[in-house]
Structures are given as C-alpha cells and as structure tokens.
Design a protein around this ligand. Structure first.
Ligand code: DCP
Ligand code: MG
Length: 372
C-alpha cells in the first residue's frame, strides 16, 4: 500500500514516493511545475540542497496528477507540498505568475549560470567561479586566455551550437543504429538498449544513453575502448572520455545518490550524418551534412544489468525516490549496481527490473510511467 497522506482527502492514495506513483509525459500541471522547477534550479545554482529537493519533490507530485489543479483548495492533502510551494501556487492562481519565480528569471546570476551550465562539462561549481570572476557570456569565456578549460569543456564549446540543441527521437534512433553496427563489429554477442529519457518515451533529450549488455561473466572487459576505436576509425568520433570500471562486487550500495556509478562507461560526441536521419535530407545552413550529438555508453557486468538498466532509465527524481523508499521503508540499500537487504545482510539478485520492484515490494512501474 502507498505510504500516503490523510485518509479524508481525495489525494489519500498519492504517495510521497515517486516510485509509488505513475507519471507519464502528459503533465496537466505544467504551469505550476515549470514555476517550481525554476526555483529548484536556482537553489541548485546556489548549492542549497534542501530547498532545491523540496521544490523538485513538489513539482514531481503535481506531475503525477490525473487532472489540472485549478485552485489552492484542490491540493489539500497532497504530500510534499510545503508552505513555500503553497505560496508559489497561490501566487500563480491569484496573479497568473509567481513574483518569486519572475524575480529569479530576470536575475542576472540565474541567467548567467543557466547559460554556463548549458555547456558540456560545466557544472554549477565552475559556472559559479566564472560568474564571480565577472564573466557573463560564453564569448567572454572563450576569448579569456586566463581561463583554463579541460578537455571536456573544450569539446563542449567547440560543438556548442549542435549539442545545445535538443536531440530528436529520430536522431536517437539513427545514432542507435550506428552504435549497434559498431558494437556488433567489435563483439556480435553484445546487444544495446536505449535508456535515459528516450526509454521513458520522451520526444527530445539532451543526449542519447545506451546500455550495452554482454552475456558472460567479465566479458565486458575492454569492450568500450574497442567500440571507441571502431568509431574513430569510421571517422565519426568527435570526442570521447572513457572511464574504466571501478566496480567492486562486494561493495555495499552507495548512500549518496549524486555519486556516479562505477561501471565501465564513456561520454562521447559523435557525428550524425543528416541523411542517416529519416526526414532530415536537407543540409544545414552552414553547409555541413552532419550534426554533433552527445552519446553515453555504459557496459555493466552481465549479473548487474537489471540494476544498471533501472538506474539509467531515470527520471532522476524517480531514481532518488526508489533509493529513498528502499532505505526508509524497507531497510535496504539500492543504487545502480545492487540491492542490499540490511535486515538479512544479503545482496538480492535480479535478472529483470521487475525482480527489483518485487524485492522492494513495489508494483511494477513501466518506463513511460517513470517521468517523475
Ligand atoms: N542518473 C544516474 N545517476 C545520476 C544522474 C542520472 O543514475 N547521478 C540516471 C538517471 C537519468 C539517466 O541516468 O535518467 C540518464 O541521464 P541523463 O542526464 O541523460 O537524463 P535523461 O536521459 O533522463 O534526460 P535527457 O533527456 O535530458 O537526456
Ligand atoms: Mg539522456
């Protein structure tokens, strides 16, 4: 049963955990959730974690509702809506917008950090540092010789025009075919699965995420470096950062959500020929016949595939709540690698995502219902 709010409210079955809600891409409360997410992002920029999570959770609850909220009374009994959230919602209903949100949207610092963090390889910390140095535009950063850019950031600026544009589903599918061919050249036993936002049914994304599944213990060793070499030899690799596996089978799941997982993975920028995308025959204005695209590949060990798939399918809010639910409601630790039962001190095995939901005593939620 959902861990839910007051019994006398129409929302008494709405859980505080995203993993006990079904959230499709059809968001009937977008006006409210957009407002709350601006505030969450602003708190993220000033590294104020508590309020940031509070607004993200509130937005996530509203995304799961089967109807638009029309007045403040209608949200009575919903979980995760604190006084600050209520004030924002009230403002939107009374004035058509929230003054707090308008203030953030016109704030120079918010606007600048938003632009800086839109560059591949630039997080809130770096963006903040540049802002404190008085920098306000991407042009200023590339022309300032005193600024050191790491390799990832250099690529981020070099291909900014392309990779700052959304990736369409057709482009994701086209890049999937390329990766599939390249991977089967390297090892015909390997299959690839689209994860991330596109697995949840999104029409657009900021990158394309794939999980490589390799049958057999330890057979994933050396796979991604070989794939990268193959992409390079085909002339479609623009950038790659490879991360060797640091995965330890005996380690307990991490308590920190933000920690990156330890699987063998790579962050790539690849060239996608326009003719490879259905419905995009025309050349770009600049005369190029290709677009740079961000691609992530992850190659987990076969026995951890289900955990990796669940972890990489998102949404981020859904993942956060799965882990929080496991810890607080089941005394278990979950991350992208494993599920550990602290009561019996055992690792719980899983072949499929369904197995993991079953271990957690949760109803199965389809990927397209995980858009929390
Ligand atoms: N993820 C994770 N650990 C993190 C961050 C994210 O396991 N610290 C997971 C959840 C994401 C998935 O990885 O859904 C893919 O990450 P993306 O940033 O690509 O997110 P999406 O694919 O969901 O969104 P987008 O459409 O913007 O690419
Ligand atoms: Mg993605």
């Amino acid at each position: 049963k959902p861990e839910a709010g007051p019994q006398d409210s129409p929302w008494s079955t709405v859980s505080q955990y995203a993993c006990q809600r079904r959230t499709t891409l059809y968001n009937r409360n977008k006006i409210l959730t957009d407002a709350l997410e601006v505030l969450a992002e602003n708190y993220e920029f000033i590294e104020s974690k508590g309020p940031c999570l509070g607004f993200k959770r509130a937005a996530s609850v509203l995304k799961s509702l089967p109807m638009p909220i029309r007045s403040i009374d209608e949200i009575e009994g919903l979980p995760c809506l604190g006084p600050e959230t209520m004030a924002v919602i009230q403002d939107v209903f009374e004035c058509g917008s929230s003054s707090k949100v308008e203030e953030v949207l016109t704030d120079e610092r918010y606007q600048t950090l938003k632009i800086f963090t839109s560059v591949f390889g630039v997080g809130p910390k770096t963006a903040e540092k540049w802002y404190r140095q008085g920098l306000r535009s991407l042009e200023q950063i590339v022309s300032d010789s005193s600024i050191h850019l790491n390799r990832m950031q250099q690529a981020g600026f070099q291909y900014y025009e392309d990779i700052s544009k959304p990736v369409s589903k057709a482009e994701a599918e086209a890049v999937g075919q390329i990766i599939e061919e390249v991977v089967s050249c390297v090892n015909p036993d390997v299959t690839i699965t689209l994860t991330g936002g596109f697995r949840r049914g999104k029409e657009f994304g900021h990158d394309v995420d794939f999980l490589l599944s390799v049958p057999g213990h330890g057979k994933e060793d050396g796979l991604l470096p070989a794939v990268i070499d193959q992409l390079r030899s085909q002339g479609i690799l623009l950038y790659s950062e490879f991360q060797e596996s640091t995965f330890d089978l005996s380690k307990l799941p991490s308590r920190r959500f933000e920690a990156m997982d330890h699987f063998q993975k790579c962050f790539l920028i690849v060239k996608l020929k326009k003719e490879q995308v259905v419905g995009q025959q025309e050349k770009q204005r600049c005369g190029r016949d290709w677009k740079a695209l961000r691609v992530d590949l992850v190659a987990p060990p076969a026995e951890r595939y289900a955990f990796a798939l669940l972890g990489w399918s998102g949404s981020t809010q859904f993942e956060r709540d799965l882990r929080r639910f496991a810890r607080l409601e089941r005394n278990m630790l979950l991350d992208n690698h494993a599920l550990y039962d602290k009561t019996t001190n055992t690792f719980l095995q899983a072949k499929t995502e369904e197995d993991i939901f079953t271990h957690l005593g949760l109803d199965y939620i389809e990927p397209w219902q995980r858009n929390a």
